[in-house]
Design a protein around this ligand. Structure first.
Ligand code: TXA
Ligand code: MG
Length: 354
């Protein structure tokens, strides 16, 4: 595949109306446009145009059985995708839209199978990022958009990462600065008796429970799916967020984690490997490795979320062979950080205690 990709810089705070209109036109004409959202960059196409949607799968190398999220800029657009908006979904939309929350509902038959991978449900989200929101509004169509990375790689959080992955594979890339949350949206399924959290993200399980009462957590969120289980969210079964380097998560008491990572780093350096360490702002000075990066402040986990994918790509750029990553506590957005980190590590998790 070798296409001409236009790169368009747009001001994320005050998107230039003429540029938005131009990009919207590309979408309306069945083209593919990558754009920033508040979570990560997305690769968009007209959700009701099957040919356009297929271009997304081709550009990303995405397996056809992994469904896409449809992005909207109004509730009336949702009415055209689903037969009925359940009460729980209404509450969620009121509280968190526009924002980093995707809601899975029963689909109308007009939503093409290529979007939903044949499921009878569709995932819908209204993004808050000014570029994403205005682009969808100007296009006047629902926009299907997975993360704008080559399938399996960490999601892009800056325009350059999209360019690295998709130049020559899509019609347009909008460069609009950094995504704020840094991790993909929370995905919640409201089609069952009890709401089910399929993917943790910027809107936390605690927030969802406060709004809806009980919210179950899908097994795929916290553990590796067993071979014979069909996941509720097909995307959960794929290896994800993986840099080229091997990733190993080290958990435990702070001083044990530091000692263990330093020992493992030294052993691997002796074997001739280039070692990276993903540290926190208060531990960065305590590690010895070829590349030590800080993901953020452990006590402000939203900073870690914002930097995680950026760091994984930076390790790749530095040619690191193996990455040891410090973990974060399993609370609030920490659940989402751990979910992505554990998947990036292929569930290689070492306990440094004992
Ligand atoms: O933050 C985000 O959600 C970003 C931005 C661009 O909006 N998009 C994103 O899309 O992360 P993607 O395709 O990388 O992840 C979509 C996830 C996958 O795990 C997919 O399996 C799941 O949502 N999904 C989509 N439709 C679904 C459905 N009908 N039922 C269950 N899961 C679904
Ligand atoms: Mg993705």
């Amino acid at each position: 595949m070798k296409m001409k990709t236009q790169i368009l810089k747009i001001n994320p705070q005050k998107p230039e109306a003429d540029k938005i209109a131009y990009a919207a036109q590309v979408l309306r004409e069945g083209g593919t446009v990558a754009f920033p959202t508040e979570t990560v960059y997305g690769l968009g196409a007209d959700a009701l145009n099957e040919t356009a949607v297929r271009k997304i799968f081709e550009a990303k190398g995405r397996p056809a059985d992994n469904p896409l999220i449809v992005h909207v800029s109004s509730i009336s657009a949702v009415d055209k995708l689903v037969d009925e908006i359940p009460e729980a979904a209404k509450k969620l939309m009121d509280a968190y839209w526009p924002g980093p929350l995707t809601i899975v509902m029963q689909k109308k038959s007009r939503v093409p199978d290529v979007i939903t991978a044949g499921l009878n449900t569709v995932a819908v989200r209204m993004p808050s990022h000014p570029i994403a929101y205005r682009l969808i509004e100007a296009a006047g169509i629902p926009v299907a958009a997975p993360s704008a990375n080559i399938s399996g790689k960490p999601s892009p959080t800056v325009g350059q990462h999209v360019i690295d992955d998709l130049l020559g594979r899509v019609d347009m890339i909008i460069d609009g600065g950094s995504a704020q949350v840094g991790l993909e949206s929370t995905v919640i399924d409201v089609t069952g008796e009890k709401p089910l959290l399929l993917r943790p993200g910027g809107i936390t399980h605690t927030q969802l429970k406060r709004l809806l009462g009980a919210v179950d957590i899908d097994a795929g969120v916290t553990e590796k799916l067993k071979e014979n289980i069909v996941p509720r969210s097909p995307g959960m079964k794929y290896s994800h967020y993986s840099p080229k380097a091997e990733v190993i998560v080290v958990e435990g008491k702070r001083k044990n984690v530091i000692a263990r990572i330093n020992r493992l780093a030294q052993e691997n350096q002796k074997r001739g490997l280039k070692v990276g360490v993903l540290a926190m702002s208060d531990t960065i000075a305590l590690y010895n490795a070829d590349r030590v990066l800080t993901a953020g402040d452990e006590n402000r986990p939203e900073t870690v979320a914002a930097n995680l994918f950026y760091c994984l790509r930076a390790f790749d750029a530095a040619g690191v062979d193996i990455i040891y990553a410090q973990s974060v506590a399993d609370r609030e957005i920490g659940m989402a950080i751990r979910n992505r980190l554990h998947k990036a590590a292929g569930y290689q998790i070492i306990s440094a205690d004992g």
